[in-house]
Design a protein around this ligand. Structure first.
Ligand SMILES: Cc1ncc(C[n+]2csc(CCOP(=O)(O)OP(=O)(O)O)c2C)c(N)n1
Length: 586
């Protein structure tokens, strides 16, 4: 076995192993050589090499999103770690554990004009849950005590002991900081930053470890029910005739089935889910916008809940956000071990429990369901909208809307769907997905900057086959995502190329002016063809129903390469078809 000669590198690598961090995404550099040597010479670690740090961090995020365990990213000093920032912020808002290990210069070389050097300490500010800058190891041969040091030192007979004492102090500080950072990442499911100074020489190795870090202390989670609190909430709940549950981003199978059934059995409860909630029940309400968009003031009053209970991460539907902000519930409670957002400006209670712990305790108190027509009324609205939705599809031409219908319908069973941001996720919300499809989307910051990398990271570790659907700007933005050797052959990309940012045509604003085309829609005539050629993906195109159907017939068949299907849609009518839809289904 080979180790970096530098004790600090050995300590970081050893403690990552102790904390079961297995996946390490490394970007090339010199200052991080001690870490690269350490991780890549230990078979325990699954190491990935990705040059572009923005892609590397999103790739790591994709792995961590699937495995629900911290994934490390390792980079050199300078601007390298700034390129992690988009993924760090996404991880922060999406509760995904990423451990940033940035190599740095020794402190005395920062801010004096040395190369590839920036102020790295705390660079991610409040977008990480723990940030630490470790201490540089001392080197015995360089450690001299000069005559004019503090008088107490002069009296020391044995300078070696003094040196060892200092180095032990540094070692134990570093161990404890690494430990804390890794614990925080794991238990809070969040990004952390460990900044690690290394002095030259950087490439020296040794055959055995010179450090022996102490076992770590695991901080416990506090998922303990406060019965008094639950009783109070339950009393309020049982007295309300209209309760709405709104579920944001959740991992598949996050809520136990019997609990979902109990919620569905209650006539006074309606459960709104999003595509990213990964929750299905015939009595729930997916496709929130389909319900909300056509409503008028009187309808909103009927829908306004007395209590709003929310679970999960951020909400995609702008329409439900606007509705709940205008027609506030009397109380909003959010259930999550760590965080609660006051998204609707009426947050009354943050229940600091995991969802299953809360629901098990809360719902076990129900002896008799409340009589109410709340759910029945809105179910009938939902069903009418579904019929209109189907009718509308029969009347419209080939556009983004019809393409999504065909794509979502043709997804292979038991597969994973990764969605880009922009109108991709919004269209997907209008359709009902098969229960077996697990859906993911970077909704923490809703960036268009790393969806492809995330999808590939996820595909690299997923047992399921992964299909990624994206808009064209998002795809070209993150095209470096394709620059790695970890794309499985069954990975599929679908680019809906509407020649620019189609979302801006849907949003209010002046369309079809030169200014709009250039600065908002950012029109272009790029295609993915050359990228596919360069990165070894099978490439096909469709620009009408029949070619689309033809390609979809074989698109998911086994292949020797990953595949990309680029679908060209007419930008000038996509927006009209979507906007007319909401009138049609009224
Ligand atoms: C990093 C980042 N920069 C800018 C934006 C703002 N933005 C949101 S959607 C969008 C256009 C996306 O276009 P495309 O991927 O083609 O999808 P479409 O709107 O056509 O569905 C932009 C630029 C963003 N979300 N993230």
């Amino acid at each position: 076995m080979k180790y970096s000669q530098i004790p600090l590198s050995q300590t970081v690598v050893t403690l990552c192993k102790t904390h079961n961090i297995k996946h390490v995404v490394i970007s090339p550099g010199s200052r991080n050589a001690p870490l690269t040597i350490g991780f890549t010479h230990d078979d325990y670690f699954e190491c990935y090499s990705i040059v572009d740090e923005r892609c590397a961090a999103f790739f790591a995020l994709g792995i961590a999103q699937q495995l629900r365990e911290p994934v490390a990213v390792v980079c050199t000093s300078g601007s390298a770690l700034l390129n992690y920032f988009p993924a760090v912020s996404e991880a922060f808002y999406s509760n995904i554990p990423i451990v940033v290990l940035s190599a740095d210069r020794p402190e005395h070389l920062v801010g004096i004009g040395d190369g590839q050097t920036i102020h790295q300490k705390n660079v991610y500010g409040n977008h990480v849950v723990y940030s630490t800058s470790l201490k540089l190891d001392l080197k015995e041969d360089e450690y001299t005590i000069s005559e004019n040091e503090l008088p107490i030192f002069k009296s020391l007979d044995n300078k070696k002991d003094y040196f060892l004492g200092l180095q032990n102090g540094i070692q134990s500080y570093n161990e404890s900081e690494i430990d804390k950072a890794l614990n925080h990442s794991k238990l809070k499911a969040a990004p952390v930053h460990i900044n690690i100074p290394f002095d030259e020489p950087l490439y020296q190795t040794v055959d055995s470890l010179t450090i022996n870090p102490k076992p770590f202390n695991l901080i416990g989670t506090d998922d303990i029910v406060d019965q008094v609190e639950i009783n109070t909430l339950f009393h309020t709940w049982q007295n309300a005739d209209r309760k709405m549950i709104l579920v944001g981003v959740l991992q598949p199978n996050a809520i136990e089935e019997h609990l979902l059934q109990k919620l569905a059995d209650d006539e006074s409860v309606i459960v709104f889910t999003e595509t990213t909630s990964n929750i299905y029940h015939p009595d729930f309400f997916p496709g929130i916008d389909k319900i909300i968009a056509p409503l008028d003031d009187d309808d909103f009053k009927l829908l306004q809940p007395e209590i709003l209970l929310t679970f999960g991460g951020l909400i995609v539907s702008k329409k439900i956000k606007a509705f709940l902000r205008n027609y506030k519930p009397k109380q909003h409670w959010h259930v999550d071990l760590y965080k609660a957002n006051d998204t609707f400006f009426c947050l009354e209670k943050h229940v600091e429990l995991s969802i299953n712990t809360f629901l098990n305790s809360f719902l076990s108190k129900i002896t008799e369901n409340k009589k109410s027509n709340y759910k029945a009324f809105w179910l009938s609205v939902r069903d009418k909208r579904r019929q209109k939705h189907e009718a509308y599809l029969k009347t419209i031409p080939f556009t983004d809307f019809t393409v999504f219908n065909k794509l979502l319908y043709s997804l292979p069973k038991e597969s994973q769907l990764q969605l880009g941001n922009s109108s991709t996720i919004r269209y997907a919300q209008l359709f009902q997905l098969k229960k077996e499809i697990n859906v993911f989307c970077n909704r923490g910051t809703s960036g268009i900057d790393g969806s492809t990398s995330t999808a590939i990271g996820s595909a690299a570790v997923s047992k399921e086959r992964v299909t990624f659907i994206t808009g064209d700007l998002s795809f070209f933005y993150d095209s470096n995502a394709l620059w790695n050797s970890y794309m499985p052959n069954n990975f599929r990309i679908i680019v809906i190329n509407n020649g620019g940012g189609g979302i801006f045509r849907i949003l209010p604003g002046h369309k079809n002016t030169e200014n709009f085309d250039t600065y908002f829609e950012t029109k272009h005539s790029l295609t993915a063809k050359h990228l596919c050629n360069m990165y070894g993906l099978e490439y096909n195109t469709a620009s009408n129903d029949s070619t689309l159907l033809k390609h979809l017939k074989t698109f998911y068949d086994q292949s020797e390469q990953p595949k990309l299907l680029e679908i060209f849609t007419p930008s000038r009518i996509n927006d009209e078809i979507l906007l007319q839809y909401f009138n049609f289904i009224k």
